[in-house]
Ligand binder design. Structure first.
Ligand code: 6PG
Length: 244
């Protein structure tokens, strides 16, 4: 794993740098493999990045869009990560509908929907045996508790090693999430983290020693590249940690 950490002066610079890095990685994937498989983060931080992608001239037919996690709500629910990305970006570009692979939430059974999505992914990546696909890009956020995707502290999802998709749990609310091994098989994982409220968790995530169960973002150690793009509000206290 190659790790990169950049602290940008403010949220706008963070968005611009995140867009720049995403474009580089998307274009490299397409040049090298003819397509780019990207899994999106939910929450608020990535929304301006998705909005900025609208104005980019990209070969949308060669971009396959997935989500790293999803709230267990209908696609038109205000909390839906799918809804946010479609409204901010996907509805505004000529990407084929078949290139968009949302996590299903219609079965009224999160475990069944997780299994269904894993089957969809296995069909897409043409992997049936006990192996993992290699996403070109997985975009992640981090909560102020150190969670990422829907891998929350001290939850069963953290220990799942034999599935690609599992059920996350946020305060009793079910979510669907990529598992740690699926994320860690990626060619490139990019965390985009902003805001002073993330500072304490970031210190623990970057600490030499800390409880991974308590700070699940520590579990993300991809075989490829790991990027942390932070604004200074989030990252100011870890400057000495990353320079050492
Ligand atoms: C979600 C995300 C989640 C998010 C973090 C940070 O479904 O909410 O996948 O992991 O990235 O909670 O959220 P913010 O960007 O809103 O701070």
């Amino acid at each position: 794993m190659k790790k990169f950490v950049e602290i940008l002066p403010d949220k706008l610079a963070l968005t611009q740098r995140s867009l720049e890095l995403l474009l580089t990685k998307i274009n490299t994937a397409i040049e090298q493999r003819g397509q780019c498989t990207i899994a999106l983060a939910g929450g608020n931080t990535p929304k301006p990045i998705y909005e900025a992608l609208v104005n980019q001239s990209l070969p949308w037919q060669q971009i396959q869009v997935f989500w790293g996690d999803e709230r267990y709500v209908a696609p038109d629910h205000p909390d839906s990560n799918q809804k946010m990305a479609r409204q901010a970006w996907l509805e505004k570009v000529d990407i084929p509908a078949t290139n968009i692979h949302p996590m299903p939430t219609a079965a009224k059974n999160p475990q069944l929907d997780a299994q269904n999505h894993e089957q969809e992914l296995r069909q897409y990546f043409k992997i049936s045996e006990a192996d993992f696909p290699i996403f070109d890009l997985i975009l992640l956020g981090m909560g102020d508790d150190g969670h990422t995707a829907s891998l929350f502290p001290y939850t069963e999802a953290l220990a799942v090693q034999d599935s690609w998709v599992t059920v996350g749990n946020k305060d009793g609310q079910p979510r669907l999430t990529f598992t740690v091994p699926l994320i860690n098989h990626a060619r490139c994982v990019i965390f985009v983290v902003a805001g002073e409220n993330k500072r304490p968790a970031l210190k623990q995530v970057f600490a030499t020693e800390a409880d991974e169960q308590n700070y699940p973002s520590r579990l993300i150690q991809p075989q490829g590249e790991l990027w942390w793009l932070l604004d200074s509000a989030a990252g100011v206290e870890i400057k000495e940690q990353i320079s050492s």
